[in-house]
Design a protein around this ligand. Structure first.
Ligand SMILES: [Zn+2]
Length: 650
């Protein structure tokens, strides 16, 4: 399904919530994100954001010196990326929850930053005295700041924001002529281009496109990089910026962002080449790629950094709006519902730097498997390994929430993910409220209710999720199938007149899928959830005072199993049971779904270098007795095996 041709562009300042427009300088967005605040979380997602606000996200600024005494608000501590990182997640968190305390905190930061703009336009502190190794004016942290303030403007309509950014851009442009982008700014230039494009969409100021072109030219060419992808195995770290995991996650958006301006289809294609290359050489069962700190191959004992998880999610959200390809939403869901929650302590009071797909112990480790991450990288703590994730992790859930639905060019709405929410927007100039009531992805049904003052005709684009056999719809009495497997990766449009109170009930018939991985291993998926072995855990406090402390996690039950699976008919080997979704769904005790499968221990598979040792090549033989194993969603586990050896049939 391609979207209808778009409307003309007015050239004047537009509201952030107007339909996507055709500009003569940029390719129109395939899907227009709704301004922050239009989509509010509901159900389990609302509880999850509340857990986040009660955890590190809502309290970090009260005690973490790099925020508490940040140079961004006049203090004497870090004045580089950490303040903007935190804001980039806490701005949407505060407004999505409508949390007065968080909004007040955000306002204090924004007021300080906007009121202390330098005369030459620079925003925020220049280099502080302790940061001699950094350039006096580093544009990189401003890329992050712009992302945060653009969201703030959407939520508050604060009239200071856009002029402040425009003034700052003039200063940066001058700086780029004196000193072209290098280091992080060069690798992450696409985030800056994206911000400039956002401003262009609002103002129509052509000079912005010249600046975007200059930034793009000075940035690293990731399109070319992915087309001639050099890293086909675990890297060594010696390639610096270009094998760096977070840079790679952020770079995924680059070919797509530039496609809007270049209009070169090769850029669009490079997006899909990039995912293909990463899956092939570094892919993990969660839809992420390994990076600990650099790309680390397919071995499920390698780590994946939390910053890379949230940045890859954001890249996918940006790419969805530019390209509108629903396959990107499949990956976004897979990462969000699996890799994101798993790497936090269930109360979100501690996080890891690196998570592992096969994570059988989390401890301070002198001997380790990572490319070059430190001994504390897989601990759950305040700032294990390095504090970047501590500052940057907050954007994951909130930005996912604010991208659950987007506007289509024909002034309809598209469902990016069926997670529970309420959408408040205008369609065809009339107010519309949409409620999505569901336990998705823990449940295979979703009820979508439309509220309008009068009957309005507009299209709703339904996504047909990956791994679904049938999708059925019930509008009144009686159910009808609305899609089946060949809808995979496509939109299924419902263009009709909607009356107040109409409820569309969707049911997804999910396939049980076996994904083959490293050493021909097997991972079980059903719908957007990946399932992993539930390993008993013993949490050992090693530093700090709870709740914001550092923990090691030791296994209390065996983990070295091979699975007995009928690969042709996995439903004959795996059975699923559901229960009510608890207040803390992403925890081992709260897991809303369980799977049972048979397996046998593989005694020679042991811990090596404080991680699950070399994964036996499948299929493996075992003389041990059959056992019934319990798998739970990956996102509910703290210790787990996800990519298992396949048991040789007797
Ligand atoms: Zn990080």
């Amino acid at each position: 399904m391609t979207f209808a041709a778009s409307l003309g562009f007015s050239g004047t300042l537009s509201r952030a919530d107007e339909p996507a427009k055709l500009t003569d300088g940029l390719r129109p967005l395939a899907l227009q994100p709704l301004p922050l605040g239009s989509i509010k979380p509901a159900g389990w997602l609302q509880k999850q954001l509340r857990i986040q606000a009660n955890g590190l996200s809502g309290h970090l600024d009260e005690f973490w010196p790099d925020l508490k005494d940040s140079a961004w608000i006049g203090g004497n501590r870090e004045g580089w990326e950490r303040g903007p990182y935190w804001l980039d997640g806490v701005v949407p968190l505060g407004y999505l929850l409508d949390d007065a305390k968080l909004k007040e905190k955000v306002k204090r930061w924004m007021d300080y930053i906007l009121e202390h703009q330098h005369d030459d336009g620079w925003l925020g502190p220049r280099r502080s005295k302790e940061e001699r190794e950094r350039p006096q004016m580093d544009p990189w942290p401003l890329f992050v700041l712009f992302k945060a303030v653009l969201q703030y403007e959407e939520a508050t309509k604060d009239e200071r924001v856009l002029p402040a950014i425009q003034k700052c851009l003039k200063r940066i442009e001058k700086l780029l002529d004196e000193k072209p982008l290098d280091s992080w700014g060069k690798s992450r230039a696409a985030d800056f281009v994206w911000c400039i494009h956002r401003l262009y969409d609002r103002t129509g100021d052509k000079a912005l496109l010249d600046l975007a072109a200059k930034v793009h030219r000075q940035g690293y060419d990731w399109s070319k990089h992915f087309e001639n992808f050099p890293f086909t195995d675990k890297t060594t770290g010696k390639d610096g910026q270009i094998s760096h995991g977070v840079n790679t996650g952020m770079a995924l958006k680059q070919p797509g962002v530039w496609f809007r301006q270049s209009k070169n289809p090769g850029n669009r294609d490079a997006v899909f080449t990039a995912f293909k290359m990463l899956d092939k050489y570094h892919g993990q069962a969660t839809g992420m790629f390994s990076c600990d700190e650099h790309l680390a191959g397919r071995n499920p004992s390698q780590g994946t950094e939390l910053c890379t998880v949230v940045e890859t999610m954001f890249s996918l959200e940006v790419l969805l709006s530019i390209l509108g390809d629903p396959e990107l939403a499949d990956r976004l869901e897979r990462i969000t519902f699996n890799a994101l929650p798993a790497t936090f302590k269930p109360d979100m009071c501690a996080h890891q730097y690196d998570q592992q797909c096969n994570q059988v112990v989390c401890k301070l480790a002198d001997e380790r498997v990572y490319v070059d991450n430190g001994p504390d990288s897989n601990l759950f703590g305040l700032e294990p390994n390095y504090g970047c994730c501590t500052a940057n992790m907050h954007q994951g859930w909130p930005k996912f929430t604010s991208h659950l639905w987007m506007r289509t060019p024909d002034d309809g709405l598209a469902v990016i993910s069926y997670a529970p929410c309420t959408v408040n927007t205008h369609v065809r100039g009339k107010p519309v409220r949409i409620e999505v009531r569901t336990d998705y992805p823990f449940d295979e049904s979703a009820r979508i209710t439309i509220h309008t003052k009068e009957k309005i005709r507009f299209p709703i684009y339904l996504r047909f999720p990956e791994g679904t056999k049938f999708m059925s719809e019930r509008l009144g009495p009686g159910e009808k199938p609305v899609g089946h497997e060949h809808f995979q990766g496509k939109w299924d449009v419902r263009d009709r007149a909607w009356e107040d109170g109409v409820t569309m009930t969707l049911k997804f018939d999910w396939l049980i899928k076996v994904r083959r991985g490293y050493h021909d291993s097997v991972a079980i998926e059903r719908g957007p959830l990946v399932y992993a072995l539930k390993v008993g855990t013993d949490w050992k406090l090693i530093k700090g005072k709870p709740p914001f402390a550092d923990w090691e996690v030791y296994p209390t039950t065996p983990w070295n199993y091979a699975l007995r699976l009928d690969l042709e008919h996995p439903d004959k080997s795996v059975t699923f049971t559901k229960r009510a979704v608890s207040d803390r769904p992403f925890s081992p005790e709260g897991a809303p779904v369980q799977a049972k499968v048979k397996g046998r221990r593989v005694p020679e598979w042991k811990i090596v270098k404080n991680a699950a040792g070399p994964l036996p090549e499948s299929p493996v033989a075992s003389k041990e007795p059959d056992e019934e194993l319990t798998l739970i969603p990956y996102g509910c586990t703290s210790l787990r095996v996800t990519e298992f050896p396949l048991l040789k049939s007797p």
